[in-house]
Design a protein around this ligand. Structure first.
Ligand code: NAP
Length: 473
């Protein structure tokens, strides 16, 4: 299969292609177009031009396009799940769950498209403001560059394209090189849904090679990026005065207090640690457990983790498959061995088996170890003990990241304290930090990013507020 670029509502040839291989069996999946500078600049021109058409669509027209996408996704959801499973090595159960969430994300976008509005402004609240009727409107910002990661190749595209189209903008989308096919599939569905030509363009190729063409171009009014902190920083430094939102990484933590129900909590935390091989930005990486229940928690956790099935992402019962690259598998192995060398205890896993990194549980890891203080982005979790609740909060906060944190406790005072003190974008009480539904505000503090997603909140970022004032007297 040859995957061409998608520019101006049609496929476009280019001179260079990159072989896309399965991270699991390493067989070829497609030859994917690698855009040249000229291709990217053309996509920008087309998106810039289409911004006028998009700005003229009514709210109900934009909503209907998004509703059509929802309908098509519902019909083609199994195909979509299989695309994700193949190019991302995401276990098919998780790939199906991602498509269901993608459907919800576009459904929320369709709803929000109908309720983008401003407010009246009481100008006469200030002396000199009398005799005026004033209100705000939210206008589309124009062309948006959306740069997305490999780990949720449909739903994270939806979190950018959904609100952008809902608000009447146009998009040039640059998906991750490992997961381009999901993005091209979405472009096809939008085309069949009646989106004006040129409103959504997809360019593929190495982000390092073509990213700057998007980020530096003045016709691009905003860059919305999800990915690693290193690339996020580069984008922020190179995007001039454009709006920029950055959804970056994390080393998410959960606190487990005494007295909690193991039967409910342990399987939940296991799923938060190992879903999609831990390659989730809010994956549970650090678990802090009260001293009085530490040993029994570790036993139960290891027992539950042992139930996970390792295998082919397309097998119905697979929970864990290959990581995205061999480089990441080796990096993880090095970090785990470094931690063990520096005093951590290995309770489970610790190495790769037939190319798949085993679910790994480490105990009592020094917080300065990479598996703790860096984003491990792998099926590796560590369980440390705490005596005082304040210490647990301090250990969670001892991180350069701050996306979400979780706490399981029956003590409402501790829950409130955690909610106040944790330095993160979202605190999940009696829930794992990995919890997300797609309409909630979502984003981080510190090195986890800036700006918020969640359709309504992304629309705030993707619109300009204009004030209109009538002098009536
Ligand atoms: P990545 O390596 O940063 O890549 C993300 C995207 O940026 C890809 O499309 C990549 O293209 C592109 N890119 C690379 N270099 C670029 C440059 N110089 N200029 C512009 N674009 C460039 O991240 P990833 O490995 O795909 O994803 C994992 C990271 O994403 C983790 O840190 C994870 O925590 C984070 N993440 C965050 C969230 C959130 O909502 N906070 C959600 C999911 C993932 P290529 O693929 O061609 O290199």
């Amino acid at each position: 299969m040859k995957q061409l670029l998608w520019i101006g509502g049609q496929y476009r040839e280019t001179s260079s292609f990159i072989e896309l291989k399965s991270p699991f069996h390493h067989g070829k999946l497609a030859d994917v177009a690698s855009a040249s500078e000229e291709d990217v600049l053309d996509a920008i021109s087309v998106g810039h031009e289409a911004a006028k058409t998009m700005a003229e669509l009514t709210a109900h027209q934009r909503a209907e396009i998004l509703e059509n996408v929802v309908s098509l996704l519902k019909i083609e959801k199994e195909d979509c799940a299989r695309i994700i499973a193949q190019e991302a090595a995401k276990p098919i159960k998780a790939a199906r769950a991602e498509v269901e969430r993608t459907i919800m994300t576009y459904a929320f976008a369709a709803q929000e498209a109908r309720r983008i509005h401003g407010e009246t402004v009481p100008m006469d609240a200030a002396p000199g403001g009398e005799g005026r009727l004033a209100f705000t409107v939210k206008e589309p910002i124009g062309l948006i560059a959306a740069i997305t990661p490999f780990n949720f190749p449909m739903n994270l595209v939806a979190h950018k394209v959904g609100p952008a189209i809902a608000a009447g903008n146009t998009v040039v989308l640059k998906p991750a090189s490992q997961t381009p096919l999901s993005a091209y599939k979405i472009a096809e569905l939008f085309d069949r849904s009646g989106l004006p030509k040129g409103a959504l363009n997809v360019v593929t190729g190495s982000g390092r090679a073509i990213g700057d063409f998007l980020v530096k171009d003045d016709r691009v009014k905003m860059v919305t990026f999800t990915g690693s902190p290193e690339v996020g920083k580069h984008i922020r430094e190179n995007s001039g005065l454009k709006k920029v939102t950055l959804e970056l990484g994390s080393n998410s933590a959960v606190i487990v207090d005494e007295g909690i129900d193991f039967e409910k909590t342990v399987p939940r935390i296991v799923s938060g640690a190992f879903a999609y091989q831990g390659q989730v930005c809010i994956s549970v990486q650090r678990i802090f457990v009260h001293d009085s229940i530490y040993d029994s928690f570790v036993d139960a956790f290891v027992q539950e983790t042992n139930k996970l099935k390792i295998g082919n992402p397309l097998d119905e019962d697979t929970d864990i498959s290959s990581m995205i690259t061999a480089y990441d598998t080796n990096r993880t192995s090095n970090w785990v061995h470094e931690a063990i060398g520096n005093g951590a205890k290995l309770a489970l896993g610790g190495s790769a088996e037939a190319g798949i990194f085993q679910p790994t549980v480490l105990l009592q890891v020094p917080l300065s170890e990479k598996v703790s203080c860096e984003e491990v982005f792998a099926p590796v979790v560590h369980i440390n003990r705490f005596q005082s609740f304040n210490d647990a909060i301090d250990m969670v906060n001892e991180s350069k990241y701050g996306l979400q944190a979780g706490i399981f406790t029956n003590d409402v005072h501790k829950a409130i304290k955690a909610a106040k003190k944790l330095e993160v974008g979202g605190v999940m009480i009696n829930e794992i930090p990995t919890f997300r539904v797609d309409q909630m505000p979502y984003g981080g503090v510190k090195m986890s990013g800036m700006g918020r997603e969640g359709i309504k909140y992304a629309i705030e970022e993707m619109t300009e507020l204009k004030l209109i004032s009538f002098k009536t007297e």
